[in-house]
Design a binder for this molecule. Structure first.
Ligand code: FES
Ligand code: MG
Length: 572
């Protein structure tokens, strides 16, 4: 047994405990497995209830082949999996639980390294949070996007077109029958959502961070090259153990710098902000929400994908892939940031080419000159709020209007289509009680559908403000992640219908135009407080008691940082 391996603490020696550890593993694992071979876990989020990840068991087989080939022992470890569309009240409530459970199982078991198989929105973030906190050699295989489905001869973007088509129905422009008919065309194949939603974003951002085999992210799920790269990743995992390359040895602030540049250039999901902040928190890297604005704001938008643009992930791959995008912004990347291979990210970009400038715009002709996420501050968001200008309406980016306030998403649904609701196109829709504590879990409800009566007038966007999140596939002039959230006592809890709110994105301001003395005299009304979650037991209770605000990645306070991989005690 190679005594430098962590797993040798379980397997080496002649005593009773080593006997127990080996003997029970012999079912299918040969005796030679315990003689100095790295034990590599494959943290697999495949699940029938996470349809976007259901194919990962086949991917795991390719990873296993690579691990064996390189002399390691592959050990598949099913971990908590979150199906974004299925899990209630919101998959985000369970992200930290998935991260905690995965972290603990990686630590508790006799493994030397891990390959992380994720896809659907929360799965890659939770795996990376876990890997950062246990700090074992780890590499991600993103499961890849699905192929493009079509309806009536046109491509359907999953997520984005659900929002779009449902608004068309409410506006009377599409029949209910046609809407339902489109349902069977939405998901064409295995894989995660094919828009630049959170899943696509996190796969690409994970590669920009350096945690994916360079060139792999964005490969569609049914593409043979995914399995080839999965096999290669299995080999790499064994090498990582030999070279002792752990998250703490190569992930730096520079890695996050590159992730933020990439996030802006691809027009990625706003959810990446909370996920990257949470991952950085696990690594002890001082990343703040303002870094997203400072590093990303001036980065041009180069990728013409829904929701900000037109195409889908399959097109991005055909047009040259993620590296073609990164090559255009190479000068903005930090050349010191290393990838999982030990070489810098920028070293992989030489051969990249744009094959279709409609999908990947060249730097000289960007889709938008400055695409990054903007961080707004002011009397309505002292801790900051974010907006994705590339998905917003330019004419609304500087706007002043009267608030129409909703105390919960249920309150919103009950009143939004009331013909007597006093609201017009200039109003600012405010939804509260949707932050990490308030809901709990910070659901993707911030992109409130517009009132039917305004849709019928042809209005398609309005300013919306919320302490929740927005689906990465959604669009609109939506201010998100307002911090502190209402349930944590933020000024959002004190807004009244009719108050004037001003938003000035170029100046990065978000203000409630109520005099400070008047605001100080207000208290949240009973209906507002009634909208906040108040769980009595279980994970929800633990979560509400310990969750941090969005500016800290909505992690739990006691999960920030790392405990490493040490376990000192034995069970027998
Ligand atoms: Fe799984 Fe969109 S629902 S990635
Ligand atoms: Mg989502």
């Amino acid at each position: 047994m190679d005594s430098s391996l962590r797993s040798s603490e379980w397997y080496s020696g002649e005593d009773r405990n080593a006997y127990i550890h080996r003997a029970w593993m012999r079912r299918g694992v040969p005796g030679s497995a315990f003689e100095g071979r790295p034990q590599i876990a494959i943290a697999n989020t495949a699940s029938d209830l996470t349809p976007c990840n259901a194919h990962l068991t086949e991917v795991a087989q390719s990873v296993k082949n690579g691990i064996y080939e390189a002399g390691g022992i592959p050990l598949e470890l099913p971990v908590v999996s979150l199906g974004e569309t299925q899990v209630r009240p919101t998959a985000m409530l369970w992200r930290n639980m998935a991260a905690m459970a995965t972290e603990e199982m990686l630590r508790a078991n006799p493994i030397d390294g891990v390959v992380l198989l994720g896809g659907c929105d929360k799965t890659i973030p939770s795996l990376l949070m876990a890997a950062a906190s246990v700090d074992l050699p780890a590499v991600v295989v993103p499961g890849g996007p699905m192929l493009t489905g079509t309806f009536r001869g046109e491509a359907l973007g999953c997520g984005t077109d659900v929002w779009r088509l449902s608004e068309e129905v409410r506006a009377g422009a599409l029949s209910q029958e046609q809407f339902v008919k489109s349902e069977s065309s939405m998901i064409r194949s295995r894989g995660h959502c094919n828009t630049m939603g959170t899943a696509s974003t996190m796969a690409l951002v994970a590669e920009a961070l350096g945690t994916v085999l360079p060139g792999l992210a964005g490969t569609p799920a049914p593409d043979s090259r995914l399995l080839e790269a999965a096999h290669e990743t299995g080999r790499l995992a064994v090498q990582l153990v030999a070279e002792e390359r752990r998250p703490s040895t190569f992930l730096t602030k520079a890695s996050f710098h590159n992730a933020i540049v990439a996030l802006a250039a691809i027009g990625g999901s706003t959810n990446a902000v909370v996920h990257l902040l949470a991952i950085a928190g696990r690594l002890g890297i001082d990343l703040t929400v303002d870094d997203f604005d400072r590093i990303g704001a001036e980065v041009p938008l180069l990728v013409n994908l829904q929701p900000a643009g037109r195409y889908l992930m399959d097109d991005l791959q055909r047009a040259g892939g993620f590296h073609a995008v990164l090559r255009e912004v190479r000068d903005l990347l930090d050349p010191s940031a290393l990838t999982i291979t030990g070489k810098p990210l920028v070293d992989y970009l030489d051969d990249a080419r744009i094959w279709d400038p409609e999908v990947i715009a060249p730097r000289e002709k960007p889709l938008q000159p400055a695409a990054g996420i903007s961080v707004l501050r002011g009397s309505l968001a002292p801790g900051g709020a974010i907006i994705k200008p590339s998905a917003a309406s330019p004419h609304l980016l500087s706007h002043r209007g009267r608030a129409v306030v909703f105390d919960s998403i249920e309150d919103f649904h009950a009143r939004i289509d009331d013909p007597d609701l006093d609201i017009d196109a200039h109003s600012v829709m405010v939804l509260r009680g949707c932050g990490p504590k308030g809901y709990p879990g910070m659901p993707e409800v911030s992109n409130m559908p517009l009132p039917k009566k305004l849709l019928e007038q042809g209005i398609r966007d309005m300013v919306r403000i919320c302490d929740g999140r927005m689906s990465g596939t959604a669009y609109g002039t939506v201010v998100l992640h307002v911090t502190p959230e209402a349930a944590a006592g933020g000024p959002l809890s004190l807004v009244q219908t009719g108050d004037w709110i001003s938003m000035d994105v170029p100046a990065r301001r978000l203000d409630l135009e109520v005099p400070a003395e008047e605001l100080a005299a207000r208290v949240p009304n009973a209906a507002t407080v009634k909208g906040y979650a108040n769980p009595g037991r279980g994970w929800e209770k633990l979560y509400v008691d310990h969750v941090l605000q969005a500016d800290r990645g909505a992690d739990l306070d006691f999960l920030v940082g790392s405990s490493g991989s040490q376990v000192s005690r034995e069970s027998h």
